[in-house]
Design a binder for this molecule. Sequence first.
Ligand SMILES: Nc1nc2c(ncn2[C@@H]2O[C@H](COP(=O)(O)OP(=O)(O)OP(=O)(O)O)[C@@H](O)[C@H]2O)c(=O)[nH]1
Ligand SMILES: [Mg+2]
Length: 340
Amino acid sequence: MGEELTTPGPPVSVSVEGTPRQPAVAILIPCYNEELTIGHVVRQFRAQLPDANIYVFDNNSTDQTVTQARDAGAKIYWEKRQGKGYVVQSMFRRIDADVYVMVDGDGTYPASEVHKLIEPVLSGEADMVVGSRLHEASQSRFKPLNRLGNRLFLSVLKLTFKIQIGDMLSGYRAFSRRFVKGLPLFGGGFETETELTIKALERGYEIVEIPVNLSHRPEGSHSKIRITHDGMRILHIMLALFRDYKPLTFFGGLGLFLIFLSFVPGLVVILEFLRTGLVPRLPSAVLAVGLALAGMLSITIGLILHTIARRSKELACQLEMLREEWSKLLEAEIRRMKRT
Ligand SMILES: Nc1nc2c(ncn2[C@@H]2O[C@H](COP(=O)(O)OP(=O)(O)OP(=O)(O)O)[C@@H](O)[C@H]2O)c(=O)[nH]1
Ligand SMILES: [Mg+2]
């Protein structure tokens, strides 16, 4: 999916001594007050992937989340800035691994599907694998309001970015190292999954979707989503990214709309002028000219930003290639030094 800028490759699986090693898998679990479920989630993932490192990122929980996670064998990290997005930024920055799996701590995603999730990353087929809850093959126990919200956002995504994806809000994903270390993220809250999806597609990373079944939170465990507040944040980031990544469509569309609007007062003035040779409706004439000028200005801004966005994309692509070259050189050099 997306424009192919560079092709993903299998994760680095050679030790500095030059001997092959198992790719290191990190399970990342953002948590905020999940004491009822977190222990079970950690144990389930440990059973599926005994060699993986499991990290729980706590975000000022006021219950026993940390104790439960630690007792179950997870490594604990803290993030002070409240919000799932800040935690995701922190996880991506602080953890080193070859393959990353992100999953909610509320026990709603099946640990048994983790092998299917990481397989395309291990084989180098994908940079991000999304556990899709809306896939035809999945039988997810979605809350009706969440399902409706997800479908609504998918329609906006289709309209703005011409992208078709099954589930853009899933919290169950696997990533390659180059994706985790190469994608700049800014969203602090629940808009983080939207940002991940759009930026991945716009930057040409390969995405694969795997159907997963979603289950209910257990009795007594509470959702952290605030439908209106988080819905607005998701919509806001979609529009902001549309403006940033497709400035010509955004500002050009706005400009054409304003020019079209200027015809409403403008046509009356022109027709009257042709008939009588006079311009008696001065306010209408000024309004029409103002709207047309604003429209043209908007189109000009769109053209300038379009060029800048293209250049930035080229620059990002070159930086990525340089980074890959450098890490290959560095690894070869370390191996050479170890041998001598
Ligand atoms: N660290 C951290 N984690 C958070 C925060 N808000 C939510 N989470 C975690 O993010 C995951 C997803 O949150 P949920 O409330 O389950 O959101 P959801 O899955 O969209 O909604 P549900 O239908 O209720 O499951 C859970 O593991 C939460 O504990 C936060 O502010 N900080
Ligand atoms: Mg959840």
